[in-house]
Design a binder for this molecule. Structure first.
Ligand code: GLU
Length: 550
């Protein structure tokens, strides 16, 4: 029986040949040097920060070169797929402003002419190529049961041999086509294996864009191409898809490096040109006891991309931070070009860390503080409102009710050369400004009055201030000279230099007097500029809040 006849028995449903698909998905008509790259997650319902880093680079390089970035869903492992997994990925990309040129755009829609972009919808294509390999004598049906494979493994372990189905362990390699056809006709279940032409004692070389030249022994394993459910295993799907989608650059986690010999061999037996590979290091974390480990889906909430959206950490800050991980020279570049963005920076594979990068949430939050500090008050308002509408309805309502007042609050010590950097994320802004809203203000102290504790003294400071000094219309200088006058009048030192030299000659200083006013109006000592706060709170609120202490 010829291979062709066997192939027809194995794949009765295949309608086309490989030429058909080669023509259906022709070489892309792109400028010289254009990169075609993809983000190819499994729909596990979870996008890891390491994947977002990859997606960021995968989308950036095509943008820089006039190429194409697409999203492909790798759902051939049913065990890893969850309901709404695809939507979760699309949402995460959207939340991070990572736009795709082609691929899956919703659970039901795809765009682009190289699809379908969901692997489970490509069965016919995989079967066509598997059939082609059977015809060429480069693939065969394997009838071994799981127990038989386990037996082989046990024996190999016992003999201290390499584990896997290769050479004489690839039992079904040696069946005749007649035997194969007869077993298929009997209805025996089977999978399709590659008949590896490789020699373990020969070398194959990968020129990795990040890692440079790596030498491996050739693959000699008869790896599984098509599983018993008719779907391909990762290796086969990767090679077929990235060839037919005309991918030029495959960026993926370093856990795939060891599979490269299999992939290069598959490209070779199928007569395809392999893409360029860039294997990215893992994103790590240092535990409190100093051990380095992979940033973990289970242990670290900050490993999930959705975390940043929920916490209201600006997308731009996360991306800026990821770029500092991606390219070691990015941070210096951004310091020198604070008005430019990631799109203006040239990404270089050679400047990626090989050993994996350390994930530093504190640093990310610092970038977030800087980023938010550079926003205009109205932008902070809009972004906080957007966050609150999804995660804190009550605050969203308050923000909408007091729009101008809120913008003015956010403008305290902002839109100036050295803006205040106390907003870490949109979810924590409420923690910084709650006392400005009567709805949140309870009057309960979150801080005591500091040096001046005597209630009589506090009463005296507040009432004298209100009766003799407070004037809503004062500018900042006038306001401050009045606070100083008030201090002198009540026996406090109004000159900080003098006070530092002779602290014992006074019951306190102008700073302590300000603290009393600050705490009485806000119940907090951690506030920005008191003058601006008083101005915004306005006379009526100030009087009402002082009342409690007078
Ligand atoms: N689906 C693979 C994964 O999630 C993608 C690897 C690749 O990009 O080829 O690990």
């Amino acid at each position: 029986m010829t291979n062709q006849e066997l192939a027809d028995i194995m794949f009765p449903d295949v309608k086309h040949d490989v030429d058909y698909y080669e023509k259906l998905y022709p070489e892309r008509n792109l400028p010289e040097g254009a990169v075609v790259s993809r983000f190819a997650p499994s729909p596990t319902g979870f996008v890891h920060m390491g994947s977002l880093l990859a997606a960021l680079i995968e989308s950036k390089v095509p943008k820089e070169t006039g190429g194409v970035f697409y999203l492909r869903i790798e759902d051939t492992d049913g065990k890893r797929s969850v309901e709404n997994g695809i939507q979760g990925i699309i949402d995460d990309l959207k939340n991070f402003d990572i736009e795709i040129d082609e691929g899956v755009i919703s659970e039901t829609e795809q765009k682009g002419s190289y699809g379908p972009y969901i692997q489970s919808e490509r069965k016919e294509i995989y079967h066509t190529y598997a059939k082609h390999l059977v015809e060429e004598g480069l693939a065969y049906p394997c009838f071994c049961s799981q127990e038989e494979i386990d037996e082989v493994r046990k024996m190999q372990e016992l003999n201290k041999e390499r584990i896997g189905i290769y050479g004489s362990y690839a039992k079904c390699r040696f069946l005749t086509n007649e035997e194969r056809a007869a077993r298929i006709k009997k209805g025996e279940p089977y999978i399709v294996r590659l008949k590896s032409p490789g020699d373990f004692y020969k070398k194959v070389v990968l020129n990795d864009l990040v890692r440079g030249k790596i030498e491996f022994p050739e693959n000699d394993m008869d790896v599984v191409l098509i599983k018993s459910d008719g779907l391909p295993l990762y290796h086969f799907a990767h090679v077929i898809d990235d060839h037919l989608m005309r991918t030029t650059h495959v960026l993926r986690g370093e856990e795939w490096v060891s599979s490269v010999p299999i992939h290069l061999q598959l490209f070779q037996v199928l007569g395809f040109t392999p893409p360029q590979y860039a294997h990215l290091g893992v994103v790590m974390k240092i535990d409190e006891d100093g051990t380095r480990r992979k940033l973990s889906k289970r242990k670290d909430p900050e490993a999930a991309v959705s975390y940043y959206h929920e916490q209201g950490i600006p997308v731009e800050a996360v991306k800026l931070y990821l770029m500092t991980i991606a390219n070691s020279n990015f941070e210096g570049w951004w310091d020198q070009n604070p008005t430019l963005g990631i799109d203006d920076f040239h990404f270089d594979f050679k400047k990626m860390s090989l050993s994996g990068s350390l994930f530093d949430l504190e640093k990310l939050l610092n970038i977030s503080r800087s980023y938010i500090s550079r926003l205009r008050a109205s932008e902070v308002y809009e972004k906080t409102l957007t966050w609150a509408k999804e995660f804190d309805f009550e605050f969203a309502h308050i923000l909408e009710k007091y729009k101008d007042y809120s913008i003015a609050i956010f403008n305290i010590e902002r839109e100036q050369k050295k803006p205040r950097k106390d907003f870490e994320s949109f979810s924590t802004i409420k923690k910084n400004v709650w006392y400005m809203y009567d709805e949140y203000f309870t009057g309960e102290l979150t801080y005591d009055f500091g040096k001046i504790q005597n209630p009589e003294e506090i009463r005296k400071i507040l009432s004298t201030y209100l009766e003799d000094y407070y004037d809503e219309c004062d500018d900042k200088d006038t306001w401050f000279s009045k606070i100083k006058e008030l201090s002198t009048r009540l026996g406090y030192c109004s000159d900080m230099k003098e006070y530092k030299q002779n602290p014992d000659s006074y019951p306190g200083s102008v700073a302590d007097v300000s603290t009393v006013i600050r705490v009485a109006t806000t119940t907090s000592s951690m506030t920005p500029d008191l003058y601006e706060i008083l101005k915004l709170l306005g006379k009526e609120r100030i009087q009402k809040r002082f009342q409690k202490w007078m």
